[in-house]
Design a protein around this ligand. Sequence first.
Ligand code: ADP
Ligand code: ZN
Ligand code: ZN
Length: 733
Amino acid sequence: MSAAPIIVEVAVPSPLYRSFDYRLPPAVAAAPPPGTRVLVPFGRQQLVGMVLGTRQHSDLAPGKLKAVSEILDAEPVFDPELLQLLRWAARYYQHPIGEALATALPVALRKTKPVAGDNATVWRLTELGREQSPARLARAARQAEVLEALQSHPQGVAREALPVPLSVLKALQSKDWILEVAVEPGAPARTPAAVPHGLQLTKAQQHAIDSVREAGDQFRCFLLEGVTGSGKTEVYLQLIAPLLESGRQVLVLVPEIGLTPQLVDRFRSRFQLSICVLHSGLGDAQRLLAWRQAANGQACLILGTRSAIFTPLKNPGLIIVDEEHDGSFKQQDGLRYSARDLAVWRAHQLDIPILLGSATPSLESLYNVQQGRYQHLALAQRAGNALPPHMRLLDLRGQTMHGLLSDALLQTMHRHLHNDGQILVFLNRRGYAPVLLCHACGWVAECRRCDARMTVHRRRGELRCHHCGSQRPVDRFCPACGSSELLGIGEGTERVEQALGEHFAGQTVLRIDRDTTRRKGALENALDAAQSGQARILLGTQMLAKGHHFPGVTLVAILDADQGLFSTDFRASERMAQMIIQVAGRAGRSDKPGEVLIQTHHPDHPLLLQLVAEGYPAFATAALQERREAMLPPYASMALLRAEAAAAQHPRTFLEEACALAESLRDDSVQLWGPVTAPMERRAGRYRAQLLVQTAQRAALQRLLTAWIPCLDSLKAARRVRWSIDVDPMDTY
Ligand code: ADP
Ligand code: ZN
Ligand code: ZN
């Protein structure tokens, strides 16, 4: 009698909300553990799936079960803890499990190549190899590439992380420059952390550090609310140091590493060990290397953006989420997860402490403090000799304006320059002018694919749509009436740069926005010039607002505070307040006091008044109260079903069918709003509509979504649209 075949449950990257059963080939005696990748037949394809577990019985008849084609890994690539996190995320965010798992895998592992286990080897430089300069290998570019990679990773690099043929490695080996050695798993390089000379922690810093240390090896979530420049980063660094020394790993999530090279440098120079830096610009091979080093414990400090939350950790001791309020922690397509929320979930599961830090915490986190779920730690004063910046509203009504620059502002700027100060001018609108208007007939240049206006980019002579990226040359004649009187109306950073250049001849004006920093290295150079004080006037968008430490800045000017005051999105005022406080926080971070001018036509607006007079905490308390009265998050839970199609009626039809289905499944606490067309109905040539689901009971929302979402693809209208579900959406448009 032959034994029953072993059945494995496999998650396959497909849009289906389920896993699939396969049998093991007869030659395989034992089932691979969960988290192992397998190659499986799926339709006409062979796909890389992941084993979730084994089963005694399948709903499929034994004859219908297909066999696993190949087991790809000797050891699982996801450990049980990570697998559990991902299964939870797939359920909570309503995403097909196979796709969720694929999202978390480094690209190199989504392909069929097997990944060697811990007892693999790495390539390393020899003494001789260390003395070679890659530049001298100009003719052997691939050898140079290997040399460079190994020089920046003294502990060695795995074969599969070196994207060159074996012959290249052999060539270097025959020169006696590199050698292959066995990896000693879990033997990280330990280095003491040098505390900067003479730095004396403030009482508040010490209290924060003591509180987190007291949590020891247990889950506890802390919210570190520290005003800008209060020394939050120093708290992180001193918490991390002893953990690294005892061989524990620390995962640090940050919003955008590209924007904060200074932060990475600070971690690097403090610990003098190779830090795993994970961000979207990383090549597949580098990402795989980092992933493996984190998994086997070689990398102790993992610093990364959103997706780094899925890094395997061998011996984690602490998770830190810096600037926890930042919107970039929410993924906006596919598996729409919040890395901050997953980080809290993961810390809970790992039973380790987690620290969320910000000068402007999200209302969600403040609410969790009120509920007693998070412990609040405050750094109310700036560190060192720095004083809080002095904020003032500048009433623009009736003022003489030069574009967006008021007389009063220009005078203040002159005063600061005269006193050797540095100035940061903030405008969150790039380009030259946001509108191109015909003076003769009123025609306005619009995007052909969106319900939006084109922005004039003068230097390049282009009109660009900031919503879909399409561009075309600036019209010379009005397409409606033929007039040549076309005017650029309104102000973007490019135009303000020009105006500043005229008003402050002889001073360096440095514009930092997405247009000026496209080239590789351009942002780093600009930030260096900003930090050194060499550029006297800095002008930029939110790129300049985030986390930077420019010690020379004494004046911050927010040119247009009115932009965000009247948005319909319920999070708009929160975002606006955070942005103003963060930008303002760039002023007076060193010895010289800082001044902040906020230009507005609405100096009586309650949000602005309160922010300036009482600061962020008072604003947040009031904003939470409003959310409570309106039954909005965090007092309610939301999900947004979006649909889009090339024809306007399809999204509506689909959402109406979806709404009817939800009506039959929901319980009384759940409300359905819509469907409605999206505020910008057409974007990138597609029509968009949405349906909002809201309830005061999170569990009721999850119950509805779990029953509802997997059925949506079988609706009649589903074939005509692209739809997505966004749980805990950041925007409701
Ligand atoms: P945050 O992260 O809160 O914006 P940082 O950690 O960047 O603040 O600190 C701002 C500046 O103050 C940095 O230059 C930092 O080295 C310095 N600093 C931090 N803590 C102290 C302290 N206890 N005494 C003196 N200077 C400090
Ligand atoms: Zn015209
Ligand atoms: Zn467009």
